[in-house]
Design a protein around this ligand. Sequence first.
Ligand code: PHE
Length: 339
Amino acid sequence: LADENRGRIMKTSDLEELNQIRVKLLGKKGPITEVLRGMRDLAPEERPQVGEFANKVRDELKTAIENQRHDIEQEMTAHKIAMETVDVTLPGTPVRRGTAHVIEQIIDDLEDLFMGMGYQVVDGYEVEEDKYNFEKLNIPPDHPARDMQDTFYLGHDLLMRTQTSAVQARTLESHDFSKGPLKEISPGRVYRRDTDDATHSHQFHQMEGLVVDKHITMADLKGTLLAMARHVFGAEREIRLRPSYFPFTEPSVEVDISCFRCGGKGCAVCKYSGWIEVLGAGMVHPNVLRSAGVDSDVYGGFAFGVGPDRLAMLKYGVDDIRSFYTDDLRFLHQFKTEG
Ligand code: PHE
């Protein structure tokens, strides 16, 4: 009995089946119970031997069942663990990584350059007050310069800023000159009421630069812009300043860089002139200093406003500014960076 059943017990790998075997062998209707129950029919001298034997068989079966149950449970746990194991050597599902937008890359790069020269990066407001976007920049309400910078008005005195120069007006007001010079750049979005086409966008980017201290000269401006031009377009670049007009700078200049496609000789990129116009700049107008409460007899400085969109178009030969804003991944992924 014991051997045959031990074989059955050890063959099963199923807890349910094992339980059935247990009930069948050790239960109330099982052979052991039956033997023990039949004891009363036996001669008294036979009872101890039969009883002892039956108990021994019962204990053996019990132990065998217990051991098997333990084995099965262990097997199941092992199986479960094996199923849950992650094979770290399997190739994963590729994750589509985004990348910094090409305009963002240009801005990041300029920030690095200027921070290296001791400038701080200042955020402004895209929704701006008329007085910071215009009035404190020497552009009173009836000034014709407002025509070129028509914008979106959000209320009587609130508008979408047309130029990052608005940040100049704010920081000039808040800067504590007793603690040292003001040197800032301020990149961000600006807005104009323009109809979008290949070279116009109703929103684009600018980066303002402003340095105000004692004894700042136009040579400082020129040196700074030359450093920027060479950083962005190559060490062989030269720059040229042409007289221009902005209400908040005097004198004002338009800044050209020597063409990087044709070695200064002339090609379509520079309209066959050898020079490419890249930005506007000038010496901060005394009125701007004064309306910010800065003593224009003691302090002076320079400012410039450069367009990251324009830089990116020139640098990468992009001929339509709308490409930057229409989210065509085939276009944007050309500027994908590592890391
Ligand atoms: N804010 C001017 C523009 O939008 C650019 C500029 C900035 C010119 C600073 C001079 C000084 O055209």
